[in-house]
Design a protein around this ligand. Sequence first.
Ligand code: NDP
Ligand code: MG
Length: 381
Amino acid sequence: MVSSLSVLGSTGSVGTQTLDVAARLGIPVKAISGNKNTKLLAEQARRFHPDFVCAYDEAAADTLKTMLADTDIRVGSGMSALVDCAAGYGECVVTAVSGSVGLTPTLAAIDEKKRIALANKETLVCAGSLVMARAKEKGAEIVPVDSEHSAIFQCLEAQGEARALRKILLTGSGGPFRGKKRAELASVTPAQAVAHPNWNMGAKISVDSATLMNKGLEFIEAMHLFSVTPDDIRVIIHPESVIHSMVEFTDGCVLAQLGIPDMRLPIQYALTYPSRASAPAPGPDFTQIGSLTFFDPDLTNTPCLALAMDCARRGGTAPAVLSAANEEAVALFLREKLGFNQIYDSVAAAVSALAEDGAVTLEGLRAADAAARAHVKEHIS
Ligand code: NDP
Ligand code: MG
C-alpha cells in the first residue's frame, strides 16, 4: 500500500471517492487540488490536513487563503501549483482532474518517479506514447483507476505473462441512450445525458458515456497502457456493468474481472497494489443479477466511438485533436450552446480540419489541443 497521497481533482467524483478510500485505509493526504470549489476544498483541507492545497482558479485561491488563514496549510493557484501538488507531495499521485489539463502535472509526477494512480484518461489520449515512454524511462509506475483498465490490469497481473495476450475485451454499459437511433437524440438535454444508469460520475465523463466517446477514449487509453494495437482491442456492450473488462489469451482462455459498479474498488486497488485491502463493498450477487448480456456496439448510431477508433488507428495528432475538441464541445453542450448530436459533428469537423499524421512531440500535441478547442468555438459562433 502507498504511504501517502497527493490527489489532483480532489473535489470531483473520483477525487472525493479517493479521499473516502484514503480515510478508510489511513493513508495520509499531503496535497489536494480543485479548480473553483473553495467550499469543498476548505472542508477537505480541515479534515485531511494536507501541507498544500491548489485552487487552479486564481480568484478561488485568494478566497481559499482567507478561508484557511487560521491554519498553516499553504495555498497556491494555476499550473505551477498543480505541478507542485503532483511533484512535491505524496508517494502516489491520484490524477483525477478532468481533461487534458492533467498532462503537465502527470509528466511532473513521472519525473519524480511517483506512482501515478491514473484516472485522467484525457492525458493518455492526448499524449499516451510520450507519457508511457517517459514513465518507462524514469521508472515511474502507472496504475490505472478507470474501472475497465483496472480490470484489464488485474487480469494481466493474474496471468503474469503479458505477451500471452490475444485480445482485450473492453466492456461498456452502452450509456443511458443504448438502443436509440441518432435521430432520436437530437433534443437530448444535459440533465438527460448526465443521468447514467450504473455509474455516478462527473458531468464531462457522463456526457462522454452517453455519446460513447468515453469508450472511444478508453480504447485509446488501453492501447497506451497495455502497449497493444487497435486490432488487439474489441469493444463489447455489457449493460449490467458487472464484468469490468476481460482479457483473451493466446490459448483462447478468457479472464474477466467482476464487481459491483463502485469506483472506490479500482481506486483502492491502485493504492494497495500489488496487495488487496478489505473494503465494505459487497461482491456481486449473481443470482439477483440473473443474467449477463453482451452486444456489439452500434457504430452507426454512436459515431463518436467510431471516430475515436479511427483516430486511434490514424495516430499522429488525431487523438489529441479528438479529445480536446470533445472537451470543448461537451462544455458547450452542458451550457446548452450546442445540441447533443452536434458534439460529434464539431469533433469530427475539428479532426478532419486539423489532425496530422506522423511522429508527435509534446509541443506539437499542445498546439493541436489548443487549435482543436479554438476550432470548435469558432465553428459554433
Ligand atoms: P469531476 O468533474 O467530478 O471532477 C473534476 C476535478 O477536476 C474537480 O476537482 C475539478 O475542480 C477539477 N478541475 C476541473 N477543471 C479543472 C482545471 N481547468 N484545472 C484544474 N482542475 C480542474 O470529474 P470526474 O471525477 O468524474 O473525472 C475525473 C477524471 O477521471 C476524468 O479524466 C475522467 O475521465 C476520469 N474518470 C472518472 C470516472 C468517474 O467515475 N467519475 C471513472 C473513470 C475515469 P472543481 O470541483 O473545483 O471544479
Ligand atoms: Mg471507465
